[in-house]
Write a protein that binds this ligand. Structure first.
Ligand SMILES: [Zn+2]
Length: 68
């Protein structure tokens, strides 16, 4: 029997401001992080879409911080 060695090299993943999931790739906006899929989703989302205000609300939190 030999002990299974597990590498604990997991990089700290940033938490996406929209989906609240730890993701590897995405963009950093000031201190916040927006993952690739949410960014793509946001770009695709029509202004008329019911999800749009949600994205804007999440992103405004960043913009407000930036202007502070
Ligand atoms: Zn996300």
């Amino acid at each position: 029997m030999h002990a299974e060695e597990r590498e604990q090299h997991e990089p700290v993943r940033p938490i996406c401001i929209v989906c609240q999931q730890p993701k590897e790739s995405g963009i950093r906006i000031v201190t916040e992080f927006l993952c690739e899929s949410c960014e793509a989703e946001l770009v695709r989302t029509d202004v008329q879409d019911e999800k749009y205000p949600f994205y804007i609300r999440q992103l405004k939190r960043i913009w407000y911080q930036q202007n502070a």
